[in-house]
Design a protein around this ligand. Sequence first.
Ligand SMILES: Nc1nc2c(ncn2[C@@H]2O[C@H](COP(=O)(O)OP(=O)(O)O)[C@@H](O)[C@H]2O)c(=O)[nH]1
Ligand SMILES: [Mg+2]
Length: 275
Amino acid sequence: MTKAIRMMKEEIARVESVIYVLDSRAPLSSVNPSFDEIIGNRTILYVLNKSDLVPSDELKKWQNYFEKKGSFCITANSTVVGGKQKFLNALKQLNAEVIERYKAKGVKKTVRAMVIGVPNCGKSTLINSIIGKSRTVTGNRPGVTRGKQWVSIDPYFELLDTPGTLYPDFSDQRKAVNLAIIGSVKEEITDVTVLAAEIIAFMKKEYPDLLKKRYSLENFCDNDSDTVAAIAAKRGFMLKGGEPDCERAAKAVITDFRKQAFGKIILEKYDDFEL
Ligand SMILES: Nc1nc2c(ncn2[C@@H]2O[C@H](COP(=O)(O)OP(=O)(O)O)[C@@H](O)[C@H]2O)c(=O)[nH]1
Ligand SMILES: [Mg+2]
């Protein structure tokens, strides 16, 4: 068992509820089924984070899908304040039975939750937006690793202030590419020119006009790497010998995608899947 999984298992054992953060640009790719067993039968609140980056009609379909999985699902833009109440309401509804049980027994017990998700999906940002500056640390509990803090977010809930990072699921090539595009994969292991060609291939198929407009292209080359070279030429990114600087153009394409220069884009459309 890897260290990451072992740590996840230890921490998850202390919670009743899991907050599963997904990147709205690639909701399915943000799920790693390897962790299903570890999550077990804990209640799950799915958060389609970075909702501001995708078209809302597309997001709605994913929200319905994750709700139908028998769990709660909310959408969030964690970079703006004001989402806490929506989050808390969902968490309460999701755990209504447990809260009732505690109340009926007359025990003063809180439901504990842990935020999990692949790298860069916005776990830390979400936690900060919920606990913010008014955080009240409830202190280390026995058995809890030193430094791990439980934070009261409500009389009924405590949140672990350190997120659980899921390693991305690379079992499927498409998922791996999507995760690289959204930045969930270490930069060192991604080849920028390959990644840019993948973005071009996707944009060409799904949003050709946005791609043409961004780089003032009239047509696309058959080979997506050639399109990256054409973008370099358009931008005047040239190497000393007069060759197009494809690496620089590739980085520009990746940054453009991540900084929303093409507009609101979703990599995975619900209707394209048989779910
Ligand atoms: N547009 C947008 N960016 C977000 C959102 N949530 C997080 N981010 C950005 O995504 C990046 C990764 O966020 P972070 O919280 O560090 O992700 P973590 O690795 O899952 O903890 C940061 O640049 C955040 O500002 C969101 O809802 N919308
Ligand atoms: Mg983080």
